[in-house]
Design a protein around this ligand. Sequence first.
Ligand code: HEC
Length: 182
Amino acid sequence: MAGSPRRSRSSGRAGAAATMAAVAGLALLAASAPSPLRAEGKPVVAASEAVRPDLVRLISRRQTELRRMGAAMRVVGRFLKAEGANIADVGASAEVIRAVAAELTPDLFPEGTAIGVGLSAARPEIWRDWDIFKERATALRTAAARLTAAATTGSAEAVRGPILEVAQACGACHELFRRKLP
Ligand code: HEC
């Protein structure tokens, strides 16, 4: 975004459309895909593994929290499409994202909650590359904080960059650490 030339009056619109498309794409990836395990009704835990009900419950709670972020991104999408959400809604969504992002590490991702346990779609690489995972969670917090700040200015123009940053932060973590959809 930074340094992109401003052209005519209409470039704002074109920019908005491009942002919207990018965010819609990323948010779709991030938000709307149901867990493939759930969709296929696969067994929840391999028979040989001991079930840890506490961890299975935590995974379920984790996914509920992640879906709250998905819902927040859909509100942002409605704002970009001028479909009933206003800038205050964007600010509220940013707060939800910030709160959940702060929970991601370490609370919502203890060891023993990778794919294979409950309905987890969390790749085992999370715990192998914990520093990278943490960094991606931090990047989301930073982007969400920026979105909050931009939303308080009340300027629709000001929130576009941060919205894209948030969407990219979702995708950057999913691409490494969330089970790929078939
Ligand atoms: C630091 C990494 C990370 C970041 C950042 C991240 N996610 Fe995720 N997300 C995951 C992982 C890992 C899973 C799989 C978790 C599981 O299945 O238990 C997941 C799963 C999800 C799910 C599916 C939940 C379900 O019902 O099973 C949604 C929705 C989601 N993320 C939305 C988002 C959105 C929206 C953002 C950005 C605002 C985001 N995530 C940012 C790691 C991340």
